[in-house]
Design a protein around this ligand. Structure first.
Ligand code: ADP
Ligand code: ADP
Length: 219
């Protein structure tokens, strides 16, 4: 299965992608996680991306497209993939269409996770992220078993610098302006399925699973 997870920051894309990859063997490609790994390693890309990420603005398309092209070379991509946080602009979506065409691949679904703005702000401002694996938690909605420690790998949980309220509000505005128009792009291709993202993580997961199972014969 080849999927795109779309939805505003805080909609639960990373959380749900983690649930799916725990069950199905798809490659989870989160451009945000890949960029944070570059920042941590101090690569040139990490340094170029830093100021955009800190301000909640998008990293320029040429940098993102080069980075994603490298990911598409990975052999695991053949098992199926979930794109999480990519594409985010019309230029990125056009480039992805091109790569898929060249490699003879098609997308199965674009899942758009819908969550109201005030809930997004509440989710993001109390989000905590594992330094090692990038998995996200929430201080009250989805707490780790031990405060400050990742359930899965014991990594330290931290607050992302772009999860402060003013940056969060800018990220939501950037989403509305630059990414939301892509829903129309994929609606025209007949790929969009809206998922109600409000409810427990399990409830949302079962809504997603229903959509995937409606189509599993092409797996
Ligand atoms: P995204 O990848 O779309 O930005 P995340 O998966 O990181 O979103 O989730 C954002 C925040 O909301 C995290 O703190 C996460 O623990 C929390 N969260 C995820 N799913 C839910 C849910 N269904 N209900 C409440 N909080 C959630
Ligand atoms: P969230 O999961 O909360 O939506 P991400 O981790 O996906 O946030 O993204 C964090 C930041 O990384 C974005 O605000 C942006 O600066 C940058 N970024 C991630 N993916 C892309 C992309 N596809 N295009 C441009 N910038 C991106």
């Amino acid at each position: 299965m080849r999927l795109i997870f779309m939805g505003p920051p805080g909609a639960g894309k990373g959380t749900q992608a983690g649930r799916i990859t725990a069950e199905y063997n798809y490659l989870h490609l989160s451009t945000g996680d890949i960029l944070r790994a570059h920042r941590k390693k101090g690569t040139e890309l990490g340094q170029q991306a830093q100021s955009y990420m800190a301000a909640g603005e998008l990293v320029p398309d040429d940098l993102i497209l080069k980075m994603v092209a490298a990911e598409f070379e990975r052999p695991e991509i053949e098992n199926g993939f979930i794109l999480d946080g990519f594409p985010r602009t019309v230029a990125q979506a056009d480039a992805l269409d091109e790569v898929l065409k060249e490699t003879g691949k098609t997308l199965d679904f674009v899942l758009v996770m819908d969550v109201p703005d005030e809930e997004l702000v509440a989710r993001l401002t109390a989000r905590r992220t594992c330094r090692t694996c990038g998995r996200s938690y929430h201080l009250t909605f989805n707490p780790p078993k031990t405060p400050g420690v990742c359930d899965v790998d014991g990594g330290e949980l931290y607050q992302r610098d772009d999860d402060k309220e003013t940056t969060v509000r800018n990220r939501l505005a950037v989403y509305m302006r630059q990414t939301q128009p892509l829903i129309e792009h994929y609606t025209k291709q007949g790929l969009v399925r809206h998922i109600d993202g409000v409810g427990s993580v399990d409830e949302v997961f079962s809504r997603i699973r229903k959509v995937l199972e409606s189509h599993s014969h092409t797996d």
